[in-house]
Design a protein around this ligand. Structure first.
Ligand code: SF4
Ligand code: SF4
Length: 355
């Protein structure tokens, strides 16, 4: 039976929860190569809640360093075209300091692996991920406009360096297929332990929404599917209606059935948790709803002109070439847009929502 730990914490007191996670899910770390992968979506301030909080990374690094690994690396592949700004993302978020000198740019070396040819025949995966004896994932408790939630499974999307993340978004072509892509990536190398930052969670139009929620928890598991199912349940969602969890179960990667998951700690549904405006309904498994959405609705990014500074980041990051700047405001070509949400993820001003 899968197990999930739910442990009260704040950012000044994370270590106790981390110690309990390692007791519940023991790992033989001595002499092993360890990679710790926080969620570093993009350069942002820690208090924006977009990335794993540095206090969580610091506590995990300290714990693992005390356990005598042969080597310890902290790294991630932020963003969509990240070759140049990996260090900057870690520095700005405070994760560089929290990595205690163990940071490495894991985007610098990668190896090809066979992938589902429906999307791409091969992908390159960071060598640090493939060479690690033990992979520890530090996801964040967040919503996501495309996948409804982004937790343990989606954090593994960052094992792919560079622009192929954007290419895969484009190859998926639809939100539903993107659910499948993230599970395929997760299955390339499922992490051995997940310690989730649920001290402050994100609601609304994640994964870079301004709506934060004090939750006061660290959650952990050795199974990412079970952990995401519990997170979904706490957000008031029915886990079995999320396509990526269905797909993960089909691939034998874990269960989303809350009756099959033993929880240590208090499971509670967070009242009125705001899920993405479309994601909450659009990703359900009702074929009639899916068909209606596919045939009668068009999802397009909308820019809030009050928030947009005309920086052009979204135009640069769009994998479909669907955005251009006109009068300092991004305009979308709906014929080219593949509703991948990359522009929303990358906008530093949180000025884009898909409508
Ligand atoms: S990234 Fe955001 S702020 Fe920059 S141009 Fe696009 S919408 Fe405007
Ligand atoms: S406009 Fe935005 S949502 Fe559409 S393809 Fe480009 S990045 Fe993706």
């Amino acid at each position: 039976m899968s197990q999930v730990m739910i442990y009260p914490a704040d950012y000044d007191h994370v270590r106790q929860a981390v110690d309990r996670a390692f007791e519940m899910f023991p790992l033989k770390i001595t002499g092993k190569k360890i990679l710790i992968k926080p969620n570093v979506l993009r350069a942002s301030e820690a208090q924006e809640g977009i990335v794993t909080h540095p206090a969580v990374l610091r506590a995990v690094v300290d714990k693992v360093a005390e356990m005598s690994p042969a080597s310890l690396v902290v790294g991630d592949n932020p963003g969509l075209f990240n070759y140049g700004d990996n260090e900057e993302c870690f520095r700005k978020t405070g994760l560089m300091e929290a990595a205690r000198g163990y940071y490495e740019n894991i985007g610098n070396a990668s190896e090809q692996r066979a992938f589902n040819p429906d999307f791409m025949p091969e992908v390159s995966v960071s060598s640090a991920v493939l060479n690690a004896d033990i992979l520890i994932s530090l996801p964040k408790f967040k919503t996501h406009g495309l996948t409804v939630i982004t937790g343990a499974v989606k954090n593994s999307y960052g094992i792919l360096p560079g622009a192929q993340k954007a290419r895969l978004h484009k190859a998926a072509g639809s939100p539903e297929r993107f659910h499948e892509v993230i599970v395929e990536v997760f299955g390339l190398r499922a992490p051995d332990l997940f310690i989730m930052d649920a001290v402050v969670g994100m609601e609304g139009n994640g994964p870079a929404s301004p709506d934060l929620r004090d939750i006061g928890l660290i959650m952990a598991s050795d199974n990412g599917v079970a952990l995401d199912a519990v997170m979904a349940g706490m957000m008031g969602l029915e886990p079995g209606r999320l396509r990526f969890l269905q797909k993960a179960r089909e691939m034998g990667l874990g269960t989303y059935d809350l009756d099959q998951i033993r929880m240590e700690g208090e499971f509670r549904t967070l009242p009125d948790y705001k899920v993405p405006p479309l994601g909450g309904e659009a990703m359900l498994d009702n074929p009639a709803v899916q068909e209606m959405l596919a045939s009668k609705t068009v999802l397009i990014p909308r820019v809030d002109p009050e928030l947009c500074t005309g920086c052009g980041t979204c135009v640069e990051q769009c994998p479909a070439g669907a955005l251009s700047l006109k009068d300092d405001l991004p305009r979308v070509d709906t014929g080219l847009c593949v509703t991948c949400f990359c522009c929303q993820e990358m906008c530093p001003e949180k000025a884009i929502a898909l409508q």
